[in-house]
Write a protein that binds this ligand. Structure first.
Ligand SMILES: [Zn+2]
Length: 219
């Protein structure tokens, strides 16, 4: 069975359950509305789907996937192409979600691209166009890759990558607060924003703790 056939087989299994009697009320309700309480901004990476990681159901989570789970700073204008900003606007102003989670993860290819040598990346740009969109997109969190000489000596490449992933999530969290209506909802107490980091090998999910200024394992 090839990868596409596997999709169709999965769809048929899903549909068998989805059309079951026990799901009838929900389908009747959901055909006209959605009311998720949570928005999650996650990476497009195939290994970190937040619906699967949190064992959620259809209708539970309003999800945005983009490369490296970034939130751009607030910027109005007809010429911006901010699909992530549009999704945040819909989640906060129309769905009135109670939580927004920015979910980073280990081994993030977008963060690795940000940390890769710039000259090398520019060469790749011209030859293959491999980073034509990724590099400019990753500029949103470029400060996350600014390491001191001491840090570069003290930590190996994988540790620096992990640090960069976590810093990038925190930059996105700060960017979220630049959206005036996000800020307003947070100040009114209706909305809480969270930063997560998922480790693929161990399956451990960490949450940023402001008091500790560190990522702590969720239990
Ligand atoms: Zn990623």
């Amino acid at each position: 069975m090839n990868s596409y056939e596997k999709l169709i087989r999965g769809y048929n299994e899903f549909r068998g359950r989805y059309l079951g009697k026990e799901n009838l009320d929900w389908r009747n309700w959901a055909k006209e509305r959605q009311a998720p309480k949570v928005m999650i901004i996650a990476c497009s990476d195939s290994r970190v789907n937040p619906i699967i990681v949190t064992h959620a159901a259809l209708g539970d989570i309003f999800v945005v996937n983009n490369v490296a789970n970034l939130v751009p700073p607030y910027k109005e204008g007809k010429l911006t192409h901010h699909s992530t900003s549009a999704a945040i606007e819909y989640a906060v102003n129309h769905l009135h979600v109670e939580h927004i989670v920015v979910m980073g993860h280990s081994g993030c290819g977008g963060i690795r691209a940000l940390m890769s040598d710039n000259e090398e990346a520019e060469d790749i740009d011209q030859e293959k166009g491999a980073y034509s969109f990724i590099k400019p997109w990753m500029k949103i969190v470029e400060e996350a890759a600014d390491f001191t000489e001491e840090e570069k000596e003290r930590y190996d490449e994988e540790e620096l990558l992990c640090m960069c992933e976590k810093r990038a999530v925190l930059i996105s969290l700060n960017n979220l607060a630049t959206f005036p209506w996000v800020k307003k909802s947070v100040l009114s107490g209706h909305l809480k924003i969270h930063a997560w980091h998922f480790d693929i090998a161990s399956g451990v999910l960490l949450e940023y703790d402001r008091a500790e200024d560190d990522f702590i394992a969720l239990k």
